[in-house]
Design a protein around this ligand. Structure first.
Ligand code: NI
Length: 399
């Protein structure tokens, strides 16, 4: 389609490929955890300034850059997250983490470097641009409650018509992009369940209210939520991850504490999971004469891709990665706080593959051997450019 500047911007991105790799390696050497991304934030600020893109700091270490075209038009937001993980790197790469116990083990270094590459490729074409490209560099994706909400509260989405983002994913081969319309990532909720009875001597159960068999019954009964209450056509998870209770072999405990996680894709089912858990736990507690205190902490909402924006990205993937580039992935049970942005404006999130067995790039996401195939930075940069052109210039319909 007839966007004058797009081919030139593609060329600009090719010329800037080595710079994106250099930025990524610089960020990779100096990983920073959520809301501590000071150096990363400064690198972004300095780079945007050099590109002549005005920016402001929001939500502590977040950065919002605004490339406002010479002609009026719509506003498209592009988002990258910036935080690392408390993982000890074991890749042996020459640019491995220089900080003990911290590592970019989820690829957010690549997300940030790629988005800087998009800004660098677009900046020269401000005079030809209709509308605005807004760059959202978000702190703290890994740790609930995340950095997205604070950016929205600070006005990062004001006036925005659509938003797009990507995640580099170890489970997808390099050269493929996984994206589907509708629910693509789950709501990761958590719970703490405290069962309180009356403790006593291990030889005198009649004088106690033992919380341990009650807890065991609750665990068994919770398994029936997914097997007997959730429709077999829907997806959900209820996991009891920890259980702690008791003091000695001859002591009946007075308390058992369990923690766990629930995953689901739709708000009604999510609420139903909470209700069923309360019902089951309360019923078992009443039957066994113990007290149960179930505290549910809601995590990120499910990530739901808007249909037309997803189609726009899929078409852009075909243009840039080739006709076979789009992968129809199954929804992921993982969570992602990009979902908050999608609650406010239409948009889509894509999983860009980085797995490359031939290059020895096979470490799992969040593992000490996680690596990125840096050859995907250039096509991902161009994917963003194509999406910007299609949304701002080619009249593809938004909201
Ligand atoms: Ni991540």
């Amino acid at each position: 389609m007839g966007t004058v500047w797009l081919q030139q911007a593609f060329k600009q991105a090719e010329d800037g490929e080595q710079q994106v790799i250099a930025w990524r390696r610089q960020i990779h050497r100096h990983p920073e955890l959520g809301f501590e991304e000071e150096q990363t934030s400064q690198l972004i600020g300095t780079t945007l300034k050099q590109l002549g893109i005005p920016y402001e700091r929001v939500n502590r270490t977040g950065v919002v850059g605004r490339l406002i075209g010479a002609q009026p038009g719509r506003v498209i937001a592009l988002r990258a997250d910036m935080d690392a993980l408390p993982v000890q790197e074991k890749t042996g790469l020459p640019f491995a983490s220089e900080i003990d116990g911290k590592m970019h083990a989820c690829g957010h270094d690549g997300h940030t470097a790629t988005l800087l590459g998009v800004a660098a490729a677009l900046a020269p074409f401000r005079a030809q641009l209709n509308g605005e490209v807004r760059f959202l560099f978000q702190p703290s994706e890994e740790h609930f409650p995340g950095g997205a909400l604070g950016m929205i509260e600070a006005g990062a989405l004001d006036g925005v018509d659509a938003i797009f983002g990507v995640h580099y994913i170890a489970g997808i081969p390099s050269g493929k992009v996984g994206i589907i319309p509708g629910p693509m990532m789950a709501a990761p909720d958590t719970f703490t369940l405290k069962v309180t009875g009356v403790g006593g001597h291990g030889s005198e159960p009649e004088a106690t209210r033992d919380p341990i068999p009650a807890a065991a019954e609750m665990i068994e009964a919770l398994q029936t939520i997914v097997s007997r209450r959730v429709s077999p056509l829907k997806q959900a998870v209820v996991t009891v991850g920890t259980i702690h209770g008791g003091y000695a072999n001859n002591v009946i405990a007075d308390e058992v504490t369990m923690t766990g996680t629930m995953r689901s894709f739709e708000e009604p089912l999510r609420r139903a999971l909470f209700d069923w858990m309360r019902q089951i736990v309360g019923g078992v507690a009443a039957a066994q004469g113990v007290e149960a205190d179930l505290a549910i902490e809601e995590g990120y909402p499910p990530l739901v891709n808007e249909a037309r924006m997803t189609a726009l990205v899929q078409q852009a993937v075909r243009n840039v990665f080739g006709p076979e580039g789009v992968l129809a992935i199954p929804p992921s049970m993982g969570g992602e706080d990009f979902s908050y942005f999608l609650q406010h404006v239409p948009g889509a999130f894509a999983h860009v593959g980085v797995h490359n067995e031939a290059k020895g790039i096979a470490g799992a996401q969040h593992s000490p051997t996680f690596m990125l195939d840096e050859t995907i930075f250039l096509p991902t940069t161009q994917l963003f450019l194509q999406v910007v052109a299609d949304f701002l210039e080619n009249g593809l319909s938004g909201a």
